[in-house]
Design a protein around this ligand. Sequence first.
Ligand code: AMP
Length: 617
Amino acid sequence: MTFQELGLDKPILRALAELGYEKPSPIQEKAIPPALAGRDVLGCAQTGTGKTCAFAAPILQELSRRSAPGRPIRSLILTPTRELALQIQESFEDYGKYLSLRSAVIFGGVGQQPQVDKLKKGVDILVATPGRLLDLQGQGFVDLSRLEIFVLDEADRMLDMGFIHDVRRVLRLLPAKKQTLFFSATMPPEVMDLVNGLLHDPAKVAVDPISSPVEVIDQSVYFVDKGNKTKLLSRLLLEGDVKNALVFTRTKHGANKVAGDLQKAGITAAAIHGNKSQTARQQALADFKAGRVKCLVATDIAARGLDIEELSHVFNYNLPEVPETYVHRIGRTGRAGRGGTAVSFCDFGEQEYLRGIEKLIGRKVPVVEDHPWPMQVFEAPRDAKGRPVNADDAEARQAARERRRERAAAEKRAAPAAPAEEPPAPGETPAKKRRRRKKSAAGEGAEQAAAVQAVPEPPAPERPEELRKKPRRGVRQHHLEDTLPAQPAQASSDFYRPDPLAGDVIMDATARLLASRRRLLPEREGRRKQEKPPARGQEKREKKPAAQGGEQKQKKGTPSAAPRKEEKPQPGGKKRNRGRGHGRRGGPPEVVLRTGNQKDSTEQPSLMKPYYMTPDD
Ligand code: AMP
């Protein structure tokens, strides 16, 4: 069976061929024809089976054949995690590169403004996590009334993560007449309830998890200490049958370090990550593709969208925390059934990640025991308070601190030297000396004040009032402080960061958000208890945990003080908080806290249960 035989149009076939997809995977073979025929589809398949293409290709084809004036959202893909959302949208971009359709992705945990801007321009295909979708819909930025095709992805995970109510709320926003493509790795009774309420005479397609495209990839894992990973990597690159290799590291600092160490070992290597300029990244990629560089060392985010044909090896220098990331990393080799090799290094602290990966792919990754640097460290490093720390993160933070210190020292050197102190008058007592110093300081102050009056004040940076008053604080900010790329002195004083993922530490965005949130909770709670309640009538904008409420949602174009219909105005104009926090427009990412079984989409690992549907179900 070929993609052409499935009935796909030329622009999509061309894009798939360029990606190295030679023949459809089983889920694609079974799901694409009924989807193209306009039928509802119930697909039982997990990540790694090629299910994204199974729903993306028919959606792209159908939407490109029918035009819609005003570019409304015609397809919605609802998926549980930010990681998956990004990967799905990337796939839409890849498969639809020869079509003129527009796609966008929205998820929580980051500022909403860039997402809103994109929505305002008009999108045909929207990939979303439930929480942010409801937020933006509530604010009037998302109109789903003209939806034609709806995809519910990883339904069982939605359930596991406590999103079922959000999903039901989203379903109520969709028009009754639509095509639905429903995917779930397992079919527990609650998922079947959703299926029965949502799908009409669906084509049922199920694939054995074993038949995933990643099956053709030769996978192995080496248990090795962090300190020996580079030696092992050099040895494998030099002695093995490695034609070219993409090496994944956890941090940008790690990528730089590994690339440098490989070069010292005589291996041509380059690092690509968010701190490198676009030109440097393009150059590194061009060198790699041309074979001038054998090894490209990348972080997950930098590697996103890299299109490298005939990649012989993928190395996981660090194992990813999110199991799906592993599948996507290794899926970069072995394209078109060519059979690539994926080698992972696992140190003591990463064993938990390996277990998660094996659970997701449904089998053990073969262990290579016969190598010169077997694991010898059997405890995770701990901080001064005895808490386990991730050594790679700690190293990147330390490097970031050193860079900051160096910058500060350089700035100090560049600053004009302070005027020398007046010599003490003969016979001057210490008290007299203190008075003289005070007087001269007052004089300087007066001079400075005069200068300030003479020179017009520069315009204040555009920041909300409460941010100007309050010092920056919080764990997230602490992390970003430590890890953000070098900024010009002026820009670094600004609260806003253009890219919350542009830190050195934890390149896995999901893990970054998770880490910040967990540690933030007790700290904020403690601080809140000490805070006095605001005086009646005082217009004080206050952040509250999203469990009690987030910022007031606004209807598009309405003033922020206008209460929503169902809300009673609070005394003194204070806003009532509702379930979810979201990023301030153009502001920093806002931390979302939840209670009970309501969890953030980025927090939960897959908890797949063994309810596999058989093709006869
Ligand atoms: P998915 O299950 O959609 O997340 O896909 C898993 C991996 O398989 C991704 O890296 C895809 O690029 C790759 N893939 C999907 N379909 C095919 C295909 N027909 N041939 C080769 N690779 C594929």
